[in-house]
Write a protein of this length. Structure first.
Length: 64
C-alpha cells in the first residue's frame, strides 16, 4: 500500500528500511526513504509503521 503518494513510497519500502537500518527517529527514517518532503500527510502513518517494525525487531531478539 502506498503511504506517501507524493513520492510513491510503500509500506513495504518503509518496513524494509526499518529492518535494515533500524532508525530511531523520523529524521533518520526520512534520510532512508523520501517521506514527508512534500505535503506531509504520510508522516503519521510512516511513524506508526516504524514503531510497529521496531517492536517486531525487539520481539524477535527477545524470542531468539
Amino acid at each position: 500500500m502506498y503511504v506517501c503518494l507524493c513520492n510513491a513510497v510503500t509500506d513495504k519500502a518503509i518496513r524494509k528500511a526499518v529492518r535494515q537500518h533500524n532508525p530511531h527517529t523520523m529524521k533518520q527514517l526520512r534520510d532512508l526513504v523520501p517521506i514527508g518532503s512534500e505535503c506531509g500527510k504520510c508522516i503519521r502513518q510512516a511513524r506508526q509503521i516504524m514503531v510497529e517494525e521496531r517492536a517486531a525487531i525487539i520481539h524477535m531478539h527477545e524470542v531468539a
